[in-house]
Design a protein around this ligand. Structure first.
Ligand SMILES: [Zn+2]
Ligand SMILES: [Zn+2]
Length: 259
């Protein structure tokens, strides 16, 4: 399983990109950098997107993806999302006001004239299959519905936490896995901003390290940190280094991993 990081920050600047990961060039986890991070030809190869939640930094490139690949792809891009997220996308983004409704407009290059984007409702905790990938989501703690995403192939499982504050069910599910290869985990604000982190459903290096103690057995799995807020990147880096945990890696856009 090949994991490519297109974006891994909780904000944007010329050197920071909002969240988006690609598995094997065909499956996207969130869409914060799908169009910014890929050529149009590469965008057209994305068959499926699984969303953690509807916050703009995780869905912002979906409207532009629809626009770029209509007339190029011959079948819809399937977007897997929990009910809350799917409804919010329909109501607030693909509503023919903010953006044309690419979940309804027929794609002229599709022999069946289906729309370019298709919203696939996912029930949390239920396993579903996307080609070779076995996927399920687990609710985490954030101000809006947010789901951690578990992706399993023969090579093992990678887990993406989504945006979360202090949570429990995620750790229970992680601790049941025997094939965990990588865990993409959030850390957003520096330690002195713990209050803001708490009310916004995010973690600081301190609370992230306390959460990681719930991972048992504490295997040598890579912990790939994302969602650092650009304004605090340097102080976060220093505070993460102070933890002295060799499992921790701070992700950078265009990082690639093979599992
Ligand atoms: Zn976010
Ligand atoms: Zn969020």
């Amino acid at each position: 399983m090949r994991l490519r990081v297109l974006g891994c920050h909780g904000g944007e600047s010329p050197t920071h990109r909002t969240t988006c990961f690609i598995v094997d060039d065909v499956l996207a986890l969130d869409a914060g950098a799908l169009t910014r991070g890929l050529t149009v030809a590469e965008q057209a190869r994305i068959d499926n997107v699984v969303l953690s939640h509807v916050h703009l930094d995780h869905v912002r490139d979906l409207p532009l993806l629809g626009d770029n690949v209509i007339g190029v792809r011959k079948k819809p891009v399937d977007i897997y999302a929990a009910e809350f997220t799917a409804q919010a996308l329909e109501k607030h983004i693909f509503n023919d006001v903010i953006w044309p409704d690419f979940t309804k407009i027929p794609n002229p290059s599709d022999p069946e004239q289906r729309p370019t984007l298709r919203l696939m409702r996912v029930t949390p905790r239920q396993t579903f299959q996307i080609g070779d990938y076995t996927v399920r989501t687990v609710p985490v703690k954030h101000p809006v519905d947010c789901q951690a995403i578990f992706v399993t192939t023969k090579a093992g499982t990678i887990v993406y936490s989504g945006d979360t504050g202090v949570t429990d069910e995620l750790w229970e599910e992680l601790n049941k896995l025997t094939d965990l290869r990588a865990f993409i985990f959030e850390v957003s604000f520096p330690n002195h901003m713990g209050k803001l982190a708490q009310v916004s459903g995010h973690l600081t290096p301190e609370t992230m390290a306390a959460e990681l103690k719930k991972l048992k057995p504490q295997t040598d799995v890579s912990v790939l940190l994302y969602h650092l807020k650009p304004a605090y990147h340097d102080v976060l880096k220093a505070q993460i280094a102070e933890l002295g945990d060799s499992r921790l890696n701070i992700l950078r856009p265009m990082d690639e991993f093979e599992f």
